[in-house]
Design a protein around this ligand. Structure first.
Ligand SMILES: [Zn+2]
Length: 458
């Protein structure tokens, strides 16, 4: 049985992070679009400067400008993807370090030095001197090979050399160092569904070759068309290119932020038991992706992840405009698995993992703007709940299904009586309370931060 508690919290964290990632991807797509719009203005300007008497004279200049479109589009996309990669790393690490107890991270670090002389599940339950000792080992450098199997008695003062903040920082920098330029470029240029984004962009330019478009302009002018008519001939080709380039940069941006998150999760090593797939559920979600939402895959299941999670590729997004993402499932910590009452608060009736409602509702209250809220639940669902509740700013509980931890389907929201809705909301609030109590219990094991700290941009 996986570690429900932290997996559930990480599911909520990756869920709210994805809302920010979608927003980032939209902004990246806008930036790429603006680059193309700027080039288009230069092209129409150049067309106006053509001499009607001899349009062939400046034909090369027009063709050069048209050739510059794919070139600048690629650079603009590259710039956005590189930024997304760094954002992806930073936010994923922030989520993990804010969610996982200090001793978990210390156990991950200890694995790097040498075999850990005891099971992770035991090590993480030790009191904080364990993290202090590992922090000391990190500080001393990796020149030493320290075998934790050998009985040792650390100097009693050693763990107390560092404050909790220092320990957290040492562990974070050691386990999740910022990606090198080479690592970033490897992620940025990795193919998805068998093709890289540069190949996708190149394919778009082949649909509208600059020479051919240049020929459209000059022959149009030669045939007596006006500047406006000539640019109107080009516009559909350019619009097509712009819309497709937008789609490529948006999807690729999500791929890159997910890939950086995945890399950070993989650093957890054998503490990582598997993954759960989530879809952003709104009116734009593909039925197939809605269907796979919530499915889990365990590393030791003997089935490839791709098959278990019904993915079309080894990574998500696995199709255009897909906003799906994965959250990590961690190996159990004995003190939670052994406490059925505690364990129960993180699963549904079928014993499936539910994203932490306390985490979601804290994000909703503290950090989500109206725009992000609409992004998170879908704009139609948001408006519907506004209408049903008469509340301009409805709470997270009004959208959420206590049985699954997911969003309430539109038809069920419509069918619900006011009484049913209120009872559902109370149930969710109660669940969140139970979890908060569980958090307090678990905090004695060195929990680094409370749920509201999981935000990505304050
Ligand atoms: Zn999807």
């Amino acid at each position: 049985m996986p570690n429900r508690y932290f997996s559930s919290r990480l599911a909520a964290h990756t869920g709210t992070r994805q809302v920010h990632a979608v927003e980032l991807a939209d902004r990246a797509a806008n930036a790429v679009e603006r680059t193309i719009a700027g080039l288009w203005r230069q092209i129409t300007g150049a067309v106006k400067s053509l001499s009607v008497a001899n349009p062939f004279q400046k034909r090369d200049a027009i063709v050069d400008l048209l050739k510059a479109v794919p070139y600048h589009t690629a650079w603009a996309t590259y710039y956005q993807l590189q930024r997304s990669a760094n954002w992806g790393h930073k936010t994923a690490v922030k989520g993990l370090t804010a969610t996982l107890p200090r001793n978990y991270l210390a156990a991950v670090a200890a694995r790097r030095f040498h075999r850990l002389g005891r099971p992770v599940t035991e090590a993480v339950e030790l009191q904080e001197d364990f993290a202090g000792i590992i922090a000391m080992m990190i500080k001393m450098g990796q020149g030493f090979s320290i075998d934790l199997n050998v009985p040792y008695s650390p100097e009693p003062w050693a763990p107390r050399l560092f404050s909790h903040d220092e320990i957290d920082q040492l562990l974070k920098d050691f386990i999740f160092p910022p990606p090198s330029a080479a690592e970033v470029s490897q992620v940025v240029f990795a193919p998805s569904a068998g093709m890289t984004w540069t190949e996708r962009l190149a394919r778009l330019s082949r649909l509208a070759p600059p020479e051919q478009m240049g020929a459209v302009v000059v022959s149009g002018m030669a045939a007596g068309k006006s500047y406006t008519e000539v640019t109107e001939d080009l516009l559909p080709l350019m619009d097509n290119y712009r819309a497709s380039a937008r789609r490529v940069s948006r999807t690729e941006c999500l791929r890159v932020t997910n890939a950086m998150q995945h890399a950070a999760h993989e650093e957890l090593g054998d503490m990582l038991a598997g993954y759960q797939i989530h879809a952003v559920l709104d009116e734009h979600t593909r039925p197939k992706h809605r269907h796979r939402n919530g499915k889990t895959w365990m590393k030791d299941s003997g089935i490839p992840m791709r098959v278990a999670l019904e993915m079309e590729d080894d990574v998500v997004p696995d199709s255009f405009n897909c906003r799906c993402f994965l959250s990590p499932i961690l190996t159990p910590a004995g003190h939670i698995v052994n406490d059925p009452a505690l364990s129960k608060t993180f699963t549904d009736s079928k014993d499936d993992l539910i994203p932490d409602p306390a985490g979601y509702s804290a994000w909703w209250e503290d950090q989500a703007s109206a725009r992000r809220k609409r992004l998170a639940v879908g704009t139609r669902r948001y408006s519907l709940v506004q209408d049903l509740t008469g509340d301009d700013n409805p709470p997270w509980e009004a959208f959420s299904d206590p049985k699954t931890g997911g969003l309430m389907p539109m038809d069920r929201l419509k069918a619900e009586s006011e009484d049913q809705r209120l009872r559902r909301q109370i149930r969710l609030t109660k669940m969140a309370d139970e979890r908060r109590k569980a958090i307090e219990q678990i905090s004695t094991f060195g929990l680094a931060a409370q749920p509201h700290a999981m935000g990505v941009r304050r």
